[in-house]
Design a protein around this ligand. Structure first.
Ligand code: ATP
Ligand code: MG
Length: 770
């Protein structure tokens, strides 16, 4: 074979080169954050292709997110200096499993066009099973069953293999309900996320010929973020790798953060046992972060017991210390981050200017995002949310997708249930029960059941007529999926128009309706990038990190979990408070397991930063509608002071926020503010807990919001009394300081210093005591 140039090896250090050039046999790259594991893994793919060791489709390469897969594909192309054709087996465990499963669906009694359920559908199905078993769902909620079943699936346990010790799960009904749930999924021709892996493992274990075929096919296997594989993924991998044994896994035990989802860090520690003779490579030079950031991260992770332990060093300039700042409450924190981001674009505090694209906000819990989103919308700061199914979780999007799912697969009963009376077709509970009964009795899907109900006149009148139209339409749309003259975008639009779904929102007079119509348009736009409807549906089911990108720079907001493997010049880590981070659950737990996982998450967070890392905490926070006063995170105390600079929030409360916490800084002014605010908050908490608020929430049809938006509270605030005078300086929780411009009943118009003129409910402002 002719030797080809290998420029991609030139910018690797000797240890990385060793990992790249050791092509035969098992290789484990075990190293800390930012040491170039992913870079080396990518170079290894390039090397395999370049040396002719494997064709693109013979390399199985597993990444942790779809975004990481895309990036890796791009980088391989760049390193090779040409676009890579193929690489069909570069993706997440789930994405690769879908491909395998579509090819062999019949081996697990599915059809190849099976639907992938999301967690909502999954819960709905479980609710039905629980109801049918006469179990009190209040005592035994579906979500708990979902956790139990997911747990089994993560450990590759099928219903017939539940260990005796776990038979008592879910009030002793767990094993039976698991079996019924699986049976029901088969009837629906559907799988949930856990099944994707589990079915593949079952196929490999029961069909030697199929397994052998793939063992031969995948000459080289590579896995990034190996520390976060669960048992099912581990088995999947071990079965496939048993052929050529050319498996290269990279990971960092300090970054294992998916234990709660069944990941077992033990997998990485066991690698050498599983693959005897494995070549182990350790990397120690960090290329990502400044020494201060690296040292601060190390000082936190040192609190964990039982680590493998690593030394990390860097040649980078000293740079900024990790910045620490305390705030009054979560909204204040969001306001400060917004201002800081604006300042950072110009260059502030002696630092270089940063584009918004360079900046990321990494939160512990996704509900923290709301305050930032609200704030950024208020000040017009562009942002993107990464890693959340936010867009696809919206009611109108889910409805529309249910129509598309039915068009693609009429067996999708859950989708049928969702849309049969949306828009209203006069098909109430009774009619729907009739359809269910007929379908059950005849052993057909609900669409077929509905067809029979109409033709046998089991459902008559207006509802019957509407149902006939729906069933006929579904048939027709289904046939149109194959029409070469109609694009799938046109078909999708046609489905939404002809079903009356678009009209439903056009006729809706609520303030949300225009936004929903916008979202539907956006959905059609999103279809463009796909060959057909099923490709799109599969993508949505799998992809949690796709957001339609508009032009211009944006700050990224995501959870710490979603930030794994990524890096940003400037990182904000808000909400470092006990009970939030580390989470309450991990603190309540016996032993240190949960807490250690939180600490690893803190390590992951800090090590995402290249140049600037800002940690913040708030003294008060609204958690699930209740105000709580917060203590700074214990992880803040663990930060080595030598690498931390404490910032003072501008103006408001004077200085004095340190790692010691807010309590120490209680000036008389703050005490007074605190009292008036606490009073304000108590009344607000009452509002959020009132039956009226809850009704409002359920009526809006969205999943319950853990942190209600203030704008909505105006609807139910009836008896507030305005006690302000024009010109008076006031403070509003969300908009900050301003002067009263006008008073109308219980509403007050305020010229806010930062947020402009707004009409707010008087109860939610207080006199500024300065
Ligand atoms: P994590 O544990 O966070 O996933 P990682 O070990 O995968 O980190 P990479 O993301 O591969 O690290 O690399 C971190 C940064 O260092 C990247 O910007 C990468 O381009 C750079 N880098 C890696 N190796 C080298 C090298 N030999 N020379 C220069 N830069 C490097
Ligand atoms: Mg990496």
């Amino acid at each position: 074979m002719q030797a080809r140039p290998t420029p991609y090896l030139d910018d690797l250090n000797p240890a990385q080169r060793e990992a790249v050039e050791t092509l035969d046999g098992p290789v484990l790259m075990l190293a800390g954050a930012g040491t170039g594991k992913t870079k080396a893994l990518t170079a290894r793919i390039v090397h395999l292709l370049n040396t002719g060791r494997a064709r693109p489709n013979e390399i199985l390469s597993v990444t942790f997110t779809n975004k990481a897969a895309r990036e890796m594909k791009d980088r391989v192309g760049r390193m090779l200096g040409q676009t890579v054709e193929g690489m069909p087996w570069l993706g997440t465990f789930h994405a690769i499993s879908v491909k395998l499963l579509r090819r062999h669906a019949e081996l697990v009694e599915l059809k190849s066009n099976f639907t992938i359920l999301d967690s909502d559908d999954q819960l709905r199905l479980m609710k039905q099973l629980i109801a049918a078993s006469n179990i009190d769902e209040k005592r035994w909620p579906a979500r708990q069953l979902a956790n139990v079943i997911d747990g089994w699936k993560n450990r590759a346990i099928t219903p017939d293999k539940i260990p005796a010790a776990e038979a008592g799960a879910f009030n002793h009904e767990g094993p039976r309900l698991y079996a019924e749930y699986q049976a029901r999924l088969r009837e629906l021709n559907a799988v949930d996320f856990g099944d994707l892996l589990l079915h593949c493992v079952t196929i490999f274990q029961t069909h030697e010929d199929v397994l052998a075929q793939y063992q031969r096919w995948f000459r080289y296997i590579l896995v990034d973020e190996y520390q976060d594989t669960n048992v099912a993924q581990y088995l999947w991998l071990r079965l496939l790798a048993a052929g050529h044994k050319n498996v290269c896994c990279v990971g960092d035990d300090d970054q294992s953060i998916y234990g709660w989802r069944g990941a077992e860090v033990g997998n990485i520690l066991r690698f050498e046992k599983d693959f005897p003779g494995a070549h182990v490579v350790r990397l120690e030079q960090n290329y990502r972060s400044t020494p201060h950031i690296l040292a601060a991260a190390s000082s936190v992770i040192e609190g964990n017991q039982g680590r493998l332990g690593k030394t990390l060093w860097t040649e980078a300039d000293e740079g900024e210390k990790v910045r620490l700042i305390g705030h009054w409450d979560g909204d204040e924190e969001a306001r400060w981050v917004g201002e800081e981001l604006e300042a950072m674009q110009q260059g502030t505090r002696g630092m270089r200017p940063y584009s918004l694209d360079d900046c990321a906000i990494l939160v512990r819990a996704s509900h923290q995002m709301r305050a930032f989103e609200d704030r950024f919308l208020t000040i017009g700061l562009p942002y993107r949310v990464i890693g959340g199914p936010r867009f696809y979780e919206r009611m109108e999007i889910r409805d529309a997708m249910a129509y598309f799912r039915l068009v693609v697969s009429p067996d999708d009963d859950l989708a049928f249930e969702r849309v049969v009376n949306t828009p209203k077709r006069g098909l109430g509970d009774k009619a729907q029960q009739t359809i269910q009964r007929i379908a059950r009795d005849r052993g057909v899907n609900l669409v077929e059941g509905a067809r029979i109900a109409v033709s046998e006149e089991a459902i008559r009148g207006k509802g019957g007529a509407a149902l006939r139209v729906l069933v006929d339409d579904l048939d027709r749309w289904g046939r149109l999926t194959g029409d070469p003259d109609l694009t799938h975008m046109e078909l999708a639009e046609q489905v939404l128009d002809e079903s009356g779904y678009t009209a439903m929102w056009q006729n809706d007079k609520t303030p949300e309706a225009p936004g929903r119509l916008e979202n539907l348009k956006e959905l059609i736009k999103a279809l463009e990038g796909f060959e057909n409807l099923s490709g799109f549906l599969e993508h949505v089911a799998l992809v949690m990190d796709n957001e339609t990108e508009a032009e211009g720079a944006k700050v990224s907001i995501m959870t710490l979990h979603a930030a794994k493997g990524l890096e940003f010049p400037a990182v904000f880590l808000p909400g470092w408070e006990d009970g939030l981070f580390p989470s309450q659950r991990s603190m309540d737990e016996q032993g240190v397991k949960g807490l250690e996982e939180e600490r690893r998450l803190a390590y992951v967070g800090i090590t995402r930063a290249e140049e600037v890392c800002t940690i913040s905490f708030a003294g008060n926070r609204r958690v699930f509608g209740q105000w709580q006063s917060q203590l700074p995170s214990r992880f803040i105390d663990e930060l080595d002071e030598a690498h931390v600079e404490v910032l003072t929030p501008p103006g408001l409360y004077g200085g004095g926020y340190g790692a010691a916490g807010m309590a120490a800084s209680a000036s008389p002014e703050i005490m007074a503010r605190q009292q008036s605010d606490l009073h304000d908050r108590a009344s607000r908490a009452d509002v959020y807990n009132s039956p009226g608020w809850r009704r409002l929430q359920s009526r809006s049809g969205e999943r319950p919001v853990s942190q209600p938006r203030e704008s909505k509270t105006q609807v139910i605030d009836m008896n507030a009394v305005a006690a302000y005078v024009i010109g008076e300086r006031v403070f509003h929780q969300k908009f900050g300081y301003g002067a009263v411009a006008a008073i109308e009943g219980d509403k007050v118009e305020v010229d806010f210093e930062k947020a402009g003129t707004k009409k707010v409910v008087s109860r939610f402002i207080c006199a500024a005591d300065d």
